[in-house]
Structures are given as C-alpha cells and as structure tokens.
Design a protein around this ligand. Sequence first.
Ligand code: HEM
Ligand code: FPP
Length: 320
Amino acid sequence: MRHSPGFTDWVRYVKRPPRSGLPPGSRAMAAAGVLRQYLELCKMRIGMMIGITAMVGYGAIAPQIDGWALLGLGCAMMLGSSSSSVFNHFYDRDLDRLMTRTARRPLARGSLGNPWSAVWVAAVLLVAGLTMAAGLFNWVVALHLFLGAFIYGVVYTVWLKRRTWLNIVVGGAAGSFALLAGAAAADPQQWLLPTLMAVTLFLWTPSHFWALAILLKDDYARAGVPMLPVLIGTVRCARWILVNSVLLVLSSLLPWLLGELGVVYGVLSLAFGGHFLWLSWRLAREPGPLWARRTFFGSMQYLCGVFLAVIADRHLMGLF
Ligand code: HEM
Ligand SMILES: CC(C)=CCC/C(C)=C/CC/C(C)=C/COP(=O)(O)OP(=O)(O)O
C-alpha cells in the first residue's frame, strides 16, 4: 500500500518531480497534505495558548506593551511549543495507536512515511524558536523556552508519562516556563510576580488535565498510562481536583495580597476563581462526564480570566 509522502519524500518529490509528470495539482495536493499533517503534529491550538501565556507574562512586567515584541515572543514560543509537540507525537506514536482519541494521528497511523523525519522537524523548530528568543530578547528567555520544551518533550513525555500519576503534575511546569519566558522578555531581573504567576500556572495544570483524564479514563487504562483517575477512580480523582483547585485559586490571590498587582486583578481573579471552584465542587459532588467536561473547558476559561485580570490591572486601568 503506497503511503502518502513523508517530509523527506516531499522534499525529494518537490526537488526532483517524477518523470511520470503527475499533473501539477497532485504535486501541490501532496505537499498540502504533508503540511497539514505536520501542522497537526504541532498542536497549534495549544501552541497558541502557550504563546498567549508568554504574552501575559510579558504584559505583567512590561510598563508599556511593544506590539512587535509581543508578536516575536508569541512566534518564538509557538515554535518551541510546536517542537515539543511534534516530538511528543513521535515518541507517543505507539501509545496513540491504543487510544480512540489519538489513534488517527499521522504518526500513529504511519501516514507520514519515516517517523524520524518528525524528529528533524522538531529539532529545526526548536533551534528556530531558541534563536528567535535569544536574538529578539535575551538568553534568559531562550533558557525558559528550552526548559519548557524539555520538560514537556522529555521529562513528561519520555520519563514520566508512562510511569507515574505525577506525570502531569511535574509536566505542568512546562506551562510555567512559558510564562517565565514572557516575563523575562520584558525584564529578566524581575522575579517575584513572574514566580507567583508561574506557581498559579503550575497548580492550574492538574485541575485542567485530571478533569479531561476522567473523560478519557478508559482510553488511558487501555493504553496502560497511569493517569490519576485510572489508579484511584473517578470519585477520588474528582475530590483531588477540588483540593487542587482550592490551592490554585488561593495561589492566584497572592500577587494581589503581596501588592504585586492591584485590586482590579484581585476582584477579577477572585470572581473567575469562584466560578472555577464551583465547577470543581460540582464535579466532586457529581463525579461523571458532564461535570468533568464542564470543568475541563472551565479550566481554560478560568486561565483566560486570570490572564485578562492581569492585563486589565496592569494596562487597561490607565485608560480610565
Ligand atoms: C503537562 C501539562 C498538560 C497536559 C498533560 C495537558 C493535557 C491536555 C490534553 C490531553 C488535551 C486534549 C488534546 C486533544 O485531544 O487535542 C489538552 C487540551 C488543551 N490544553 Fe492542556 N495539558 C497540559 C498543559 C497545558 C498548558 C500549560 C496549556 C496552556 C497554557 C494547555 C492548554 C490546552 C488547550 C488550549 C487545550 C485545548 C486544545 C484543543 O482543543 O486542541 N494545556 N491538554
Ligand atoms: C515553553 C514551552 C515550549 C512550553 C511547552 C508547553 C506545552 C507544549 C505543553 C503541552 C501540554 C500538553 C497539551 C500536554 C499533553 O500531552 P499528552 O501527550 O498528554 O497529550 P496527547 O495524549 O493529546 O498527545
């Protein structure tokens, strides 16, 4: 069965088109197919959220926002995020075949030819992101970008995901480094507010992911991935989500209580936090797919709410 062209096949194909002279449309179609699949490997929606996370870290520290700096920061972070996501697809291709949600992914079904091409693509993306971060900003931004990609691509994906339920707890630090990278782009000397926000992002991940893991429990059990609800069941996992969400919301108030951010942030983050605590409480009361789904999507709404609270406090209040 002829597989659709992989990355190296595509390069060879475009450089030396076969004598058979396929109609130009098929050459472009094949190239578009390969590109679309590589974009899937990049997990672009998550990469955009990682870029936004870094931008919020920048906005929390920068006295004025430079649009071009924000754009460059977002691009660098998306390159780093895509690099680790592509490698995650490569390393997890055996695991992904076993789970309904991921079985149709390009490397899981072998539709991109030699899977090692993805490793080269991941390396190129990482070098591009690091070069952009160091060139546009400073080495601290590049270091945080590298650490985020390393924690997701190696610490989480290779070392922890298949071994321990702490996989996503430790892996959540990847997102924290996205925030630290953004703050360092504004001022690498500042540490307190970036650290407080990084702790909040670290505590956000377990509530974010364990709610999803409740929905995907059977998939993870089939693949033998030790996610928390597989090990302790949905009811106890839902209770741990509530405990974690209480710690998360309390941590989100620290920038306000320590005077790093103002009352606008405090009130808004408390409001969004109250709603997320309500979702987590309802999930603990009725542990099942309905409230797990609402808590998972609510985790992203909550994160966006906290991000909005930071920007409103630091930059929008000056407009009034
Ligand atoms: C190790 C930590 C994390 C784990 C294990 C995790 C896990 C997941 C998983 C399994 C999905 C579903 C993906 C899919 O089926 O397409 C997901 C979706 C998502 N995650 Fe997380 N996540 C983590 C950290 C983060 C961070 C740090 C962010 C952003 C700051 C984030 C933002 C999102 C978004 C926006 C989605 C929805 C993307 C979509 O709809 O394709 N996640 N997460
Ligand atoms: C600074 C920087 C570059 C940070 C990178 C942060 C980053 C890309 C985090 C990704 C988190 C995530 C969606 C993990 C899911 O992996 P999974 O393997 O559990 O999900 P899957 O089963 O859907 O593949």
